[in-house]
Design a protein around this ligand. Structure first.
Ligand code: PMP
Length: 444
């Protein structure tokens, strides 16, 4: 397998080079939060795959739901006015649970194409209102909104632009709220004021609100290093957008479906975005699916302008019935106890990681619920980051692996955590204890 992999599989993301030298690690099976590789080595999956297997591995009822749907009707398009029962029921169930009036659901295959679709919907919307010149988009540095070309345009992490350039003129970013390394300091009020200023200045620089269509942010910036905004930041930004007639898009691809506690983090923050994107936990990684949520006003304006013809896009696998059947079952599991377990486990995880603050390598600990990060530094007082190359991160990942733990080791010295919501107390304790062991070995 290692030789075949080396010869033929082009892996995603540049860390492939690291894998290439060491040889691919083949995962063989998984149950609950524990993954076993082809050599029989077992690890707690502290990252739920790629922050997606929220329901945990080996959930028989999900497998049954998928198999039953495959037997009954393995495929149905949403084109030509057709549909399938699971897709209709899932759209209705999601709309019922989404914040406020986000009552309209457009299904995609994952997060990147969900973000792409929002850009189209927003263009349709602004055109339908007779404001086609409102065509500029603003997002946040350290933000990640996907790897597709349009998603990468909104993504502010340079690695996703390097070497190909993004053929759009609307990639306008404002500085992140990143509290640990914010030039204005860590005070919540100061950070919010700086972000509001930055947003307003960016809007002015683009020619005023009449030129700006939408503002995108993640409720917690995930791929940028799990950057949690200070309390009130999301609400302040949402309100500022409303006041300027700029659509507010919440990208809940990571934060959605129990990752931070509730089904959607916007709910907890008491905000209703104009559009919301989700994926990952929607089907818990068992099959691919994403979903765009549209408010009554946005959907209604588009639909009224030119009927269904205004929704000029879709994908062969939009609203795939097997994915929808999985989505319904996953939702049932969340509400049948997984969200509750995730909240308990998340509190234990955060408390455990907080206790790592005394470690000489730990500069910052942050997160919410089952989404957390530890930021490593070489000098705590100066907050000196680890060298920004892949090598130290790779070594930390490897050591954690040998210690029986899968974590995400970002190149900037941040360790990311997003365990399955089904984690037991013992598994959470193992995540923390194995992290400490890994850090001790890194120091030695
Ligand atoms: N938005 C956010 C906030 C994400 O974290 C991701 C994926 N990590 C995406 C969009 C893209 O999702 P996908 O990888 O499913 O295309």
């Amino acid at each position: 397998l290692v030789e075949l992999d080396r010869a033929h599989w082009v892996h995603p993301v540049a860390s492939y080079r690291g894998h290439e030298k060491a040889g691919v690690r083949v995962l063989r099976s998984a149950k609950g939060a524990t993954v076993t590789d082809s050599a029989g080595h077992q690890m707690v999956d502290g990252f739920a795959g790629l922050w997606c297997v929220n329901a945990g591995y080996g959930q028989e009822s999900i497998v049954e739901a998928a198999a039953a749907q495959m037997r009954e009707l393995p495929y149905a398009t949403g084109y030509f006015g057709l549909g399938s029962e699971p897709a209709i029921r899932l759209a209705a169930a999601l709309a019922e649970r989404a914040p406020g009036d986000l009552n309209h659901v457009f299904f995609t295959l994952g997060g990147s194409d969900a973000v792409d679709s929002t850009v189209r919907f927003i263009r349709y919307y602004q055109q339908a209102r007779g404001k086609p010149e409102k065509d500029q988009f603003i997002s946040v540095e350290q933000g990640y909104h996907g790897s597709s070309t349009v998603g990468a345009g909104l993504t502010a992490l340079p690695a996703f632009h390097a070497g190909f350039g993004v053929p759009f003129d609307w990639q306008h970013k404002i500085p992140s709220h990143y509290a640990y390394r914010n030039p204005v300091g860590g005070d919540a009020g100061a950070i919010i004021a700086a972000s509001l200023d930055a947003l307003r200045s960016k809007v002015e620089a683009l020619g005023g609100p009449e030129r700006v269509a939408a503002f995108y942010c993640e409720p917690i910036q995930g791929s940028g290093g799990v950057l949690v905004p200070p309390p009130g930041w999301l609400k302040a930004m949402r309100e500022a957008c409303r006041a300027m007639d700029i659509l507010f898009v919440a990208d809940e691809v990571i934060t959605g479906f129990g990752r931070t506690g509730p089904l959607f983090m916007c709910e907890e923050e008491d905000i209703v975005p104009d559009l919301m994107t989700t994926a990952k936990g929607l089907t818990s990684g068992y099959v691919p699916m994403g979903a765009v949520f549209l408010s009554d006003a946005v959907y209604g304006t588009i639909a009224d302008s030119a009927g269904a013809a205004a929704i000029g896009h879709g994908y062969t696998y939009s609203a795939h019935p097997v994915s929808a059947a999985v989505g319904l079952e996953v939702l049932r599991l969340y509400e049948g106890g997984l969200l509750e377990n995730g909240r308990r486990a998340g509190a234990r995880l955060m408390a455990g990681l907080e206790a790592l603050r005394d470690h000489p390598l730990v500069g910052d600990v942050r997160g919410r619920g089952m989404l957390a990060a530890v930021e490593l530094v070489t000098d705590k007082a100066r907050k000196t980051p680890l060298p920004a190359t892949a090598e130290p991160a790779r070594r930390i990942f490897d050591r954690a692996w040998d210690n029986g733990l899968i974590i995400r080791a970002f190149a900037n010295g941040v360790i990311g955590y997003a365990p399955p919501l089904c984690c037991t107390e013992a598994e959470i304790d193992a995540i923390v204890e194995r992290t400490r062991r890994t850090l001790d070995q890194t120091l030695a």
